[in-house]
Ligand binder design. Structure first.
Ligand code: SAH
Ligand code: DHB
Ligand code: MG
Length: 222
């Protein structure tokens, strides 16, 4: 592996396709100032999520794992003016930082943050007559991914797009001896996704400034 080269290529791609953006740069600064983990998606991953949301004309998006709102803002910018995004975040501190950043991005009217464990928030959404979602992005705690898959599928419309970050974990998902909770969670999710008859799916392996990981992509069958 040549991590330095992969990072340089990532920065090259960003320099061509991801212009400097003071709102997104402020998001990163705010999360450093608040001592939050620097585990947001990369700029080019953000652009990819944005393009995929545009491609399917997403009007209703559900996100699991808000952190400081970096991915939320990328996805929210792909929405039409009357579009909606609901994002689920366990930590009240993260949710408070994200709320400010989302307001700064001009998306306060489009985005709702639900604070609490995603599993309970998904139960709440299931019993609340929400219209179905066009796109779901799973990026919360990795051990929860399989449960989240089970709980989000009934909330999605036929043809909807499901994306899940961090499903390769530097290849640790291949290691039969791993005891890394995130790798075990990702592996269980990948197997559940592959066996899930309601979707067609694949994983895109990713390398760059975030190291070596992968994004699962699935389409809900009609
Ligand atoms: N999507 C963000 C990064 C999310 S990091 C971005 O790319 O910008 C993962 C987030 O999931 C963290 O903020 C963490 O607090 C949150 N999280 C962890 N466990 C959770 C749970 N059980 N329910 C909801 N959110 C959770
Ligand atoms: C971790 C979580 C993420 O969502 C990510 O993109 C990278 C790392 C983590 O928990 O280590
Ligand atoms: Mg992630």
């Amino acid at each position: 592996m040549n991590q330095e080269l992969f990072s340089a290529v990532d920065r090259y791609i960003d320099s061509l396709f991801v212009p400097h953006d003071s709102v997104l740069e402020t998001v990163i600064r705010s999360s450093i100032a608040a001592d939050m983990p620097q585990i947001h998606i990369s700029p080019s991953q953000g652009k990819l999520l944005y393009l995929l949301a545009k491609l399917i004309g997403a009007k209703r998006i559900l996100e699991l794992g808000t952190l400081a709102g970096y991915s939320t803002i990328w996805l929210g910018r792909a929405l039409p003016p009357d579009g909606n995004l609901i994002t689920l975040e366990f930590s009240p501190k993260h949710a408070a930082v994200a709320a400010r950043n989302i307001a700064d991005a001009g998306l306060a009217n489009n985005v709702r943050i639900i604070t609490g464990p995603a599993s309970a928030s998904l139960d709440q959404l299931a019993s609340s007559n929400e219209p179905p979602f066009d796109l779901v992005f799973i990026d919360a705690d990795k051990p929860g991914y399989t449960e989240y898959l089970r709980k989000v599928l009934p909330l999605m419309r036929p043809g909807a797009l499901l994306l899940a970050d961090n499903v390769i974990r530097e290849g640790q998902v291949l290691d039969p001896a791993t005891n890394d909770a995130s790798a075990l969670g990702a592996r269980a999710f990948n197997e559940a996704l592959a066996a899930e008859p309601r979707v067609e799916a694949v994983i895109v392996q990713q390398i760059g400034i975030k190291g070596h990981d992968g994004m699962a992509i699935a389409v809900v069958r009609p």
